[in-house]
Write a protein of this length. Structure first.
Length: 149
């Protein structure tokens, strides 16, 4: 039995950079897979990071897809579960921020609407809501009001 103490790839959340990945070895395959999933290498930090404007749900899906590809290749992967937590929602001054909770992706998606300017982008977010199947009917009114604004 061969125990491996260090994973080949580890995903986590960097406080200033967002979702990041670290690799145990300098292997071309690891670099290739991460770059294919839109991670960029930061030589100063020796980390791979997703672009800062990557929407939360896209980042979660990206980590899942990359993890699956690594695991299919027989590599070990570790991921910090905090990747699943959506970022806080921007609010007007003086309005308390609503807390984003795990398992409520609509909260994060509603926050993303504030940054969207094209109707096609709103359609992409709506498609993500329909794909989630998390019973979002209760929050739908707030989401539609934000999308209309």
């Amino acid at each position: 039995m061969n125990l491996q103490l260090e994973p080949d790839v580890a995903f986590g959340v960097h406080p200033g950079l967002g979702v990041a990945a670290a690799v145990a070895d300098d292997r071309p395959f690891l670099d290739e897979v991460l770059r294919r999933h839109h991670f960029r290498h930061s030589s100063a930090l020796d980390l791979y990071v997703l672009p800062g404007d990557t929407p939360h749900n896209t980042a979660v899906r990206t980590v899942a897809r990359a993890s699956r590809e690594f695991q299919d290749a027989g590599l070990s992967v570790a991921a910090d579960p905090r990747i699943m937590l959506p970022p806080p929602i921007p609010t007007p001054d003086g309005v308390p921020a609503r807390q984003a909770l795990p398992g409520q992706p609509l909260t994060a998606l509603t926050g993303e609407l504030h940054e969207l300017r094209r109707s096609a982008d709103v359609a992409d977010v709506l498609e993500q809501i329909l794909d989630e199947h998390h019973g979002v009917v209760g929050d739908l009114e707030e989401f539609i009001d934000t999308a209309a604004a």
